[in-house]
Design a protein around this ligand. Structure first.
Ligand code: PMP
Length: 428
């Protein structure tokens, strides 16, 4: 592989192995990552020239693809004004405009926006909002969360406590994390017996529950499971009946990925609190948001401490907010649903052959998400290499080979991604 300008690739990789932590990685590193030199459209250009079609949207985020002229221009223009100013005591148009856009596009009733700096932080903020709400009302026992097994909400402390507790990514910490209430993950189809179990658990624990927090319709990093939106209505009704707040983590599902602008829209349900991130900036930079209803904000305001005590240094970052505004304008200015449906059709067709592969347990597609689930843990290296040989970037994990391509992925590239998923499932 020829060298990068400046630093020869072998040297760069040696330094990377020695000094740089990668997600869920050992130190020193054991596997050489691929070196990306640039990215444009749906293609990642590796050092030395080979290109890979991105089947991951950089973990659900790059919905418009890379190096997009509109997003580039938004960043460039904002850079000329200011890249960052503190948000305490100051405000600016990009943050205000973004908040308004988010309120307008979100389920009716969500009116207040906290601009966080990552998805995990937006979940932390959501949890703090809910816990503080009940404290403010003097209901101090209501400080726990109920969630589904098989979920994933981030890598900081409160989010870790509501991730899949068994065999999940944060099992190491199970003894010291806040102890939450777990209910089985929902079945794909609506089953009244499961809905009953859900209602019963909420009722049983209501005295100590601040909130129910779930990923609506798609449980992502915890297992790429899909479930009936009807369960969201069950949650809404049970939460209302038993004085429990409802939080939807739409960090992965938001901005059209499942075929609704937000997955809550499949059930026409408004949560009390909603987290968004990832595709918020079209994957350009790190920003997330926590939205809540006036009920939650008013409750907090009535408390002994009437403020939400959270304020990260990079809160409301104007550069990220400008790009987020441009990304949302871009999304809403096109027939995004037609694009997502086109990708859904392409994935359904392209992944159908995977059903006949040995070791394949399930193939499922929803919106611009395609999943092949195996009956064994995938050999991550072999599966990744198989995809790369097809010219596609995928990141299989556990028993899953899956894809969520940018919405701008053309039909031929969707077909190529599907072939790569099949190859990875076969060879992993
Ligand atoms: N919630 C969900 C549903 C997610 O998919 C993720 C990221 N994988 C997070 C929260 C955490 O977001 P971040 O990685 O930006 O902290």
């Amino acid at each position: 592989m020829p060298d990068l300008p400046g630093l020869p690739v072998p040297e760069l990789l040696a330094l990377d192995r020695r000094h740089v932590w990668h997600p869920y990685g050992p130190m020193p590193g054991r596997v050489d990552p691929l070196v990306v030199e640039s990215a444009s459209g749906v293609r990642l250009r590796l050092a030395g020239g080979p290109e890979l079609v991105d089947g991951m949207s950089s973990w659900w985020s790059a919905i418009h693809g890379y190096n997009h002229p509109v997003l580039n221009e938004a960043a460039r223009e904002q850079l000329g004004r200011m890249s960052h100013v503190m948000f305490g005591g100051l405000t600016h148009e990009p943050a205000v405009r973004l908040a308004k856009l988010l309120v307008d596009m979100s389920p009716d009733g969500l009116e207040h926006v906290f601009l966080a700096d990552s998805g995990s932080v937006s979940v932390e903020v959501a949890v703090k909002m809910c816990l503080q709400y009940w404290r403010s009302l003097g209901r101090t026992r209501k400080q726990r969360l109920l969630t589904w097994r098989g979920g994933y909400h981030g890598d900081t402390w409160q989010p870790m406590s509501v991730c899949d507790p068994e065999g999940g990514m944060h099992e190491l910490w199970s003894g010291v994390l806040p102890r939450q209430v777990f209910v089985d993950a929902p079945p794909a189809e609506y089953e009244e017996s499961y809905a009953h179990q859900l209602r019963a658990a909420i009722e049983r624990h209501a005295d100590e529950l601040a909130a129910v927090i779930v990923e609506p319709v798609v449980q992502g990093a915890g297992g790429m499971r899909f479930h009936s939106p009807a369960y969201l209505r069950v949650l809404r009704e049970a939460c209302d009946a038993h004085d429990v707040l409802l939080v939807f983590d739409e960090i992965a599902t938001g901005f059209g990925r499942t075929g609704a602008l937000f997955a809550a829209g499949h059930a026409a349900v408004t949560p009390d609190v909603m987290c968004v991130g990832k595709a918020l900036t079209g994957g350009y930079m790190t920003m997330a948001a926590t939205l809540c209803t006036p009920r939650v904000a008013d409750g907090i305001s009535r408390g002994e401490v009437p403020v939400l005590a959270h304020g990260p240094t990079f809160m409301g970052n104007p550069l990220a907010a400008s790009v987020a505004c441009a990304s949302i304008d871009l999304l809403l200015g096109q027939d995004w649903l037609a694009e997502v449906k086109r990708i859904e059709a392409g994935l359904r067709e392209g992944l159908a052959p995977a059903r006949d592969l040995p070791g394949v347990r399930d193939v499922r597609v929803l919106g611009a998400i395609g999943v092949v689930q195996l009956d064994h843990d995938v050999d991550m290296r072999a599966a990744t290499e198989a995809a790369v040989r097809e010219g596609v970037w995928l990141r299989p994990f556990r028993d899953l080979v899956y894809t969520m391509p940018p919405y701008v992925t053309g039909d031929e590239d969707v077909a190529r991604i599907a072939r790569a998923v099949c190859a990875a499932a076969r060879e992993g």
